[in-house]
Design a protein around this ligand. Structure first.
Ligand code: AMP
Length: 394
């Protein structure tokens, strides 16, 4: 029986799900999360289906140690017998440069991820550290990466091309890659089951990090993030699309270095920078409701940004069968969904106000809407797990 341990890593966080295949349908044997890696104490929680979660606090220095800690608990609880009982670990890895799809973690993969780290400076180093750590602690363990860029390999050339000197693409890799591939792929596969015959889908993955994807016949044909995760929609803390020629006037005005300016654009911009309130849309919406005009502008700008991409992608798709909202914002904010859908009547899209105010997975458009609107929870780890298994048993 295959058992695959899927990791989703943040700078100081570690999330995992352990999958097992007794039949063709995988089962989740365990799921867990560690926070504050590198701090004096890290809080951890592990749960098994149908059971009460276990939790505790312990010092965890790095992501390799986090894996070791979770593995020891799974072993003590009889979920994994030993290392040989684990078929592989799988990573929801971010930027693989010229590597795409699902790949074995080896020296060549590590070198390519290191080469493109300047394009994903907040994400690639975390995965590289974990891969190296786990390789040195558990040398026999098979490690496989599924890149977040993978689903977007089908985007046509003109939509991954920037208007820069041609050789920049060849020599520096300046082109769109797109990210959140596992989430967009999961939604594509889920809509195929829920709405058979839906060929033209736009998925709005809106959360701490956001992107929109146009999907035609199960394949990505456009996405809002580009060469880096900074582009496209403005995110909770990130700028999104921004004019390169504004960087110099900002540096000159405030006396910032280039690095300081880029730091602000990636960490103190987006919802946080524009609202001046928070990077959490809930708090920004609360402030807007209390009359904070800056917060109101931030909410309206976000909704307008999303609407613009939907309009562009409906044109790329030459129509629309399904519009999906996923991610923490997409699934939870009925107000944002309503603000976005308000201007989509020209597509024949009609949001059902009562269903939009509800919760859980489901269709939230009216019976007679020409475009079905869905609120769906994403499941990126299940896509990584399935891809890793397919890679191991082609
Ligand atoms: P994710 O990264 O997908 O887990 O999404 C996390 C984000 O979802 C948080 O930063 C919040 O801003 C946002 N969020 C969660 N619930 C709500 C809500 N009810 N309304 C607006 N935003 C929400």
């Amino acid at each position: 029986m295959d058992k695959i341990f899927v990791m989703n890593l943040g700078t100081t966080s570690f999330k995992f799900k352990l999958y097992a295949w007794e039949t063709e349908d995988p089962k989740v044997l365990a799921a867990g999360e560690l926070e504050s890696i590198g701090a004096q104490e890290s809080a951890w929680e592990i749960s098994y289906p149908g059971g009460e979660p276990k939790s505790g606090k312990t010092p965890i220095a790095d992501h390799g140690m986090a894996f070791e800690h979770c593995f020891a608990i799974l072993q003590a609880d009889g979920i994994l017998k030993d290392l040989d009982d684990l078929t592989a670990v799988g990573y929801k890895a971010v930027h693989g440069g010229n590597l795409s799809g699902t790949c074995l973690v080896d020296d060549a993969l590590i070198a390519e991820m290191e080469r493109v780290t300047p394009f994903a400076p907040a994400h690639n180093p975390i995965y590289l550290n974990a891969m190296k750590n786990i390789r040195s602690r558990f040398p026999g363990l098979t490690q496989v990466a599924r890149f977040e860029t993978s689903f977007h390999g089908s985007i046509p050339a003109p939509r991954v091309t920037y208007g820069v000197p041609y050789q920049w693409q060849q020599e520096v890799g300046i082109r769109r890659y797109g990210f959140h591939g596992s989430s967009h792929q999961y939604i594509s596969q889920t809509v195929a089951k829920l709405q058979p015959g839906a060929r033209k889908i736009i998925n709005c993955h809106l959360g701490g990090s956001s992107s929109i994807c146009a999907i035609l016949d199960g394949k990505s044909v456009a996405t809002s993030m580009g060469a880096t995760l900074q582009s496209g929609l403005f995110n909770n803390n990130r700028v999104g699309d921004f004019e390169a020629f504004c960087i110099k006037p900002v540096m000159d005005h405030y006396g910032y270095t280039l690095d300081e300016t880029l730091e602000i654009l990636s960490k103190k911009s987006g919802l946080l920078g524009l609202s001046g309130v928070s990077n959490d849309l809930r708090l920004v919406m609360d402030a807007a409701a209390e009359g904070n005009a800056q917060a109101q502008l931030a909410v309206e700008t976000l909704a307008d940004n999303i609407l613009g991409y939907i309009g562009m992608y409906a044109a790329y798709l030459n129509g629309l069968d399904a519009l999906v909202f996923t991610g923490g914002i997409g699934t939870n904010s009925s107000l944002l969904r309503q603000m976005v859908c308000e201007n989509l009547g020209y597509l024949g899209l009609k949001l059902d106000a009562r269903k939009n105010d509800g919760r859980g997975d489901g269709c939230i458009s009216t019976e007679d809407s020409a475009v079905k609107v869905w609120r769906l929870k994403t499941d990126e780890e299940s896509v990584v797990a399935a891809c890793v298994r397919e890679y191991l048993h082609p």
